[in-house]
Design a protein around this ligand. Structure first.
Ligand code: PMV
Length: 328
């Protein structure tokens, strides 16, 4: 009753922001991401043991906070129900990136947990089923089950049976694609994404308009990924990020994740593209101020250098495209 799995984080280029069902974690729109390489990875071991009185969670070598343990325990309840078992579990999880890097992602965490917990419980789930299970822990985790470029289909059915992730292209297909990450804050976010998107759906008048725009962008990005057309994909990536953060700002009370450095980076990327006379880079931001600058390997050194010289940038990482979840 013990299993270990490891999963990488993913960074969306078409964003998930809004749910059509909170309990089942069904999104309002489909989203598309690239799975990162092992630099942004979580490894998790789950062991069910009938002698345990309650679930326990050790995160990066220390006992987790109560709210973190409660979230994992609620997820394990879903696995126990599916497997028809009642035993509590010991969960030990560690990240390859420091938790304080402001990158702490629930995507790699719940993808690894879904795989390890289901296997330890005796379930033999395929990738599609794993993505549906991981989704219940954290929406974006559904995409981290697969490597390469991944689409999480929103689906239409009330029971969520048509809501799962699938691979659009394997990791090896776009070997020179890079995500240059510029960290400008190591703080934990004040508004969690699930709470934030609920406020946006309720209060932002731009929310519905955004959903209409996303449909067109999904079609554009699917084609660009198929043809490895960075020039076509780059403006859509930036419009998507800007659109999501506009909805956040239009929410009430406003949700502000970006900081001054984020805006400086947006300007820098625009100027860099102008100087090249084409799209060499595209920024995107999640529910936090740290920038993910997608680019092609040949431009990465120039982008790293420019970002390193920018005031407010604390640390730079460069990721390639990585694999999906695997058992260790
Ligand atoms: O990972 P979640 O379920 O908390 O949602 C995160 C949503 C964004 O990161 C803001 C966008 C995305 O699609 O990953």
């Amino acid at each position: 009753m013990r299993a270990t799995a490891s999963a990488n984080s993913n960074i969306a280029i078409i964003k998930y922001w809004g749910q059509r069902d909170e309990k089942l974690v069904l999104p309002s729109n489909s989203s598309i991401s690239f799975t990162m390489d092992g630099q942004l990875s979580t490894k998790t071991t789950v062991e069910f043991d009938r002698l345990l009185a309650k679930d326990g969670l050790v995160l990066d070598g220390a006992p987790a906070k109560d709210n973190e343990t409660a979230r994992v325990s609620a997820f394990l309840d879903l696995v126990r129900k599916k497997a028809g078992i009642t035993a509590r579990a010991k969960v030990v999880s560690s990240n390859t990136f420091p938790k304080s890097a402001g990158l702490a992602s629930s995507a790699s965490g719940f993808a690894a947990l879904a795989a390890a917990a289901s296997k330890a419980a005796g379930l033999d789930l395929g990738q599609k089923e794993l993505s549906m299970l991981a989704r219940r822990g954290s929406g974006s985790a559904s995409r981290s089950i697969f490597g390469g470029c991944v689409e999480w289909r929103a689906g239409k059915k009330k029971d969520g049976t048509d809501c799962y992730a699938e691979q659009l292209s394997p990791p090896g297909k776009w070997r020179d694609l890079r995500n240059v990450i510029a960290i400008s804050s190591m703080d934990e976010k004040k508004v969690g994404s699930a709470a934030g998107m609920k406020v946006s759906a309720k209060t932002s008048s731009l929310f519905a308009a955004r959903l209409g725009a996303v449909e067109k962008r999904l079609a554009l990005v699917r084609r660009a990924v198929r043809e490895r057309d960075f020039e076509a994909m780059a403006p859509v990536i930036m419009q998507e990020s800007d659109s999501m953060h506009a909805v956040m700002l239009d929410s009430w009370p406003p949700i502000v994740y970006l900081n001054e450095t984020s805006f400086r980076i947006m300007r820098l990327v625009r100027e860099l593209n102008e100087s090249h006379g084409k799209y060499a880079a595209a920024y995107t931001f999640d529910a936090g101020p740290n920038a993910h600058v997608y680019t092609i390997a040949r431009y990465a050194p120039e982008i790293r250098k420019a970002l390193a010289e920018l005031s407010g940038v604390m640390k730079i990482m460069e990721c390639g495209i990585g694999e999906g979840v695997r058992f260790v």
